[in-house]
Design a protein around this ligand. Structure first.
Ligand code: CP
Length: 312
């Protein structure tokens, strides 16, 4: 990999469409460096003079805790807001005003918010770097770095991949972000599967087609066909207007041991797992979702340090 310093052409990360192959290569190299630092000494003083603001207005386990861990391993201080109703959002404050205030306190802002498009609004008004940690059902770009890093570690490439995405491609921000990131690499082929109502919208499909990806949508898939990666995400319960649609489909789409045992296909899931993968699958060597989650810390260390101009 290149040893040239990674210079990002942006101050804030809102969408995975910003993550070109060159940037991804640089972030992977810095992620490897962060992994080595953590293994060798646990922490580094790279961000000892920085404060990271963690604003999580939607629930999170992995993203919030791995950003916090990443900040602490870099010796940065952290400030937190953990739900809308413990901040002045409750009194009607706007996203714009809140971000302008927090930008006066911290050196970088990480925000998860339920409103699609909230990250772009926040990045526009922030005068410190801003990271989208999930804006409703729209995008989750830092997850896409973790996901692509996992695929790269296991398969050694991010091009010429035959990938199944399921099972809520309409509402899964992780699927939106990973498919947009991988669309920038040549010769990738995507099959989207799940209930008809939860297949990707025309906007995403035409964006991917314009980028040269061969896309199919299928209500059923034989997982033993020649796929390189199966990427599944739970049906996004909190985003369903029609709760019956969620209940009637939640157990219909599920990966079992029989689907992937003995094959080379990688099984990824950004997690949390609800019904989409049977627990019996966890012990298979190609079930890599817990390893995938563990990469959250070094990837987010790399991103924080790079956006703050402290990585090279
Ligand atoms: N993958 C992910 O975003 O998990 P959390 O919702 O727990 O942060």
């Amino acid at each position: 990999m290149s040893k040239l310093p990674l210079v990002l052409p942006f101050d804030s990360l809102v969408s995975s469409a910003q993550l070109t192959p060159q940037i991804i290569t640089g972030l992977f190299r810095i992620t490897d460096d962060m992994t080595a630092i953590v293994k060798q000494s646990g922490t580094t003083r790279l961000l000892e003079d920085k404060i990271v603001a963690l604003l999580f207005f939607e629930p999170s386990s992995r993203t919030m805790l791995s950003f916090q861990t990443a900040a602490q391993r870099l010796k940065a201080g952290t400030v937190f807001a953990q739900s809308a109703n413990t901040t002045s959002f409750e009194k009607g404050e706007s996203i714009e005003d809140l971000i302008k205030i927090v930008a006066g306190y911290a050196d970088i802002i990480v925000m998860r918010h339920s409103q699609p498009g909230s990250a772009a609004i926040a990045a526009e008004v922030s005068n410190v770097p801003f990271i989208n940690a999930g804006d409703g059902g729209n995008e989750h770009p830092t997850q896409s770095i973790i996901d692509s890093y996992t695929i790269f570690k296991e398969k050694g490439r991010l091009d010429d991949l035959n990938i199944v995405f399921g099972f809520d491609s309409l509402q899964s921000r992780s699927i939106h972000s990973l498919s947009r990131l991988l669309a920038q690499y040549p010769d990738n082929r995507f099959v989207f599967t799940g209930p008809d109502e939860l297949l990707p919208d025309d906007k995403l499909l035409s964006e991917l087609a314009d980028a040269g990806v061969k896309c199919k949508v299928q209500s059923e898939v034989d997982y033993r066909d020649n796929y390189d990666v199966i990427y599944v995400n739970r049906l996004q319960q909190e985003r369903f207007k029609d709760k019956k649609l969620f209940e009637s489909n939640r157990r219909k789409y599920r990966i079992t041991k029989r689907d992937i045992e003995g094959s080379d296909v990688l099984l990824l899931d950004p997690l949390p797992r609800i019904d989409e993968i049977a627990v019996e699958v966890d012990d298979l060597p190609n079930a890599v979702y817990f390893k995938q989650a563990s990469y959250g810390v070094p990837v987010r260390m790399a991103l924080l340090a790079t956006l703050l101009g402290k990585a090279n």
